[in-house]
Design a protein. Structure first.
Length: 406
């Protein structure tokens, strides 16, 4: 269940679903616990939830019934559309040779290290980094477009409601004047954190591998692999708590500036400071639009949550909610298309790198054979030389060379 905001708790969501008539075995709002200072623990709220049912038949029936569900909160008069779907990451279709994660070659386990410049792994890792940066920029542009489109629909609703109120109170206000603009609230500032968020890890990396990798910076590292609650499998993400927020920032700069490889070649590890707070990425666009239009969003803990189903609009609020849902569903298709393209680019680069690595291995094997053959010839020549009788020169050559013959 996507776009639920950052202020809802698992118990609230489960209760709201029960009141709607949808009985789930469990409703898990996905939050990641992070260190936010000395003795304090906060959460990075992801903005989505995982609904668990007893059987797949119950899940299928619920999925059909939840396609028109909306969340009513205190931050906005417009019901909030939430999108329900099957898990995206049930399996990973990319990667060659059985590798579950593009960019990591399972036949080449490597220790954690910073790649040396002008090496093969350094060159290939830079290609991966350029591709990841290109995809990241494309995502950011898509998010900006989606936020602007949602905010425009909310602004239309706001102006229509204001115009209706002005018309109803024509004796108190000039009907031709524009409604006053609500102050736009800035997004909440990120809190300092001593945690480092890692991306791009191969699925084969375990807790022990991460501990050994970060033992060079920490006395007793306690990394946390992030598992998908739907599949209970790792998704290439982990959180590592450093000694301080300054320490985390320094290591983030080192990993981002240099090329850090962990458990797989040649895809480099990506690092960012893991800050507690509201959802990020594509799941923040609705709240960004709320702030731009109404001056508030759903990132603070909600006092009350109610789920409703809207299929036909009976008010201006419901009409706006239906328009927002249509836009968000189209945005989901845009993101799915970008995700498909990204996987194709990653798979293509993965294949090219595997061929390049295989070619280098063939060269090394050929060179090893040549060295072995050359060493054999040298040994044979030395053995033959030892077996041969010493060469005796005639006396005149001895005299010519000035040698004393005994």
């Amino acid at each position: 269940m996507d776009f639920i905001g950052g202020g809802i708790r698992s118990s609230q969501l489960k209760q709201a679903l029960s009141e709607l008539g949808v009985h789930v075995q469990d409703a898990e709002v996905v939050n990641i616990k992070l260190d936010s200072g000395p003795g304090r623990v906060a959460e990075a709220r992801c903005g989505w939830a995982c609904l668990h049912f007893r059987t797949q038949e119950e899940a299928t029936d619920a999925l059909t019934g939840l396609q028109s569900v909306y969340m009513v909160t205190d931050s906005s008069p417009v019901p909030r559309p939430v999108l329900v779907h099957w898990p995206y990451w049930q399996h990973r279709p990319w990667g060659l040779r059985g590798s579950p994660f593009a960019g990591h070659v399972p036949d080449i386990p490597t220790l954690a290290h910073f790649a040396q410049a002008n090496s093969l792994e350094y060159e290939l890792a830079l290609e991966w980094r350029r591709l990841q940066w290109t995809l990241r920029d494309a995502k950011l542009e898509l998010q900006k477009d989606h936020t602007a489109e949602l905010a425009a629909v909310m602004a239309d609703y706001k102006e229509a409601v204001a115009a209706s109120k002005q018309a109803a109170a024509a004796g108190q206000a000039d009907a031709g004047s524009k409604p006053a603009e609500a102050p736009t609230a800035a997004p909440p500032p990120p809190r300092m954190s001593a945690c480092l968020w890692l991306r791009g890890l191969p699925d084969s990396v375990s807790q022990e591998v991460l501990k050994r990798a970060f033992a060079q910076w920490l006395d007793a590292p306690q990394p946390l692999l992030i598992e998908d609650p739907a599949t209970l499998q790792a998704r290439g993400h982990a959180v590592v708590r450093m000694n301080s927020s300054r320490h985390a920032k320094q290591l983030e700069d080192d990993i981002s500036t240099m090329v850090f490889l962990l458990g797989g070649t040649p895809r480099p590890v990506e690092a960012a400071t893991a800050c507690p707070g509201p959802p990020s990425g594509s799941l923040r666009v609705y709240d960004d639009a709320l702030r731009q239009t109404f001056g508030s969003d759903d990132h603070k803990p909600l006092r009350s949550v109610r789920l409703v189903q809207i299929e036909v609009a009976r008010s201006a609020e419901e009409e706006c909610a239906l328009r927002l849902r249509a836009i968000m569903e189209r945005h989901t298709l845009d993101r799915a298309h970008l995700r498909k393209l990204a996987n194709e680019y990653r798979g293509e680069l993965h294949g090219r790198h595997e061929e390049r690595i295989d070619e280098e291995f063939r060269k090394l094997i050929s060179l090893r054979k040549m060295n072995k053959q050359l060493a054999g010839r040298i040994n044979q020549a030395n053995n033959n030389r030892r077996k041969q009788a010493p060469i005796k020169l005639p006396t005149r050559y001895h005299r010519t060379l000035g040698l004393h013959v005994i």
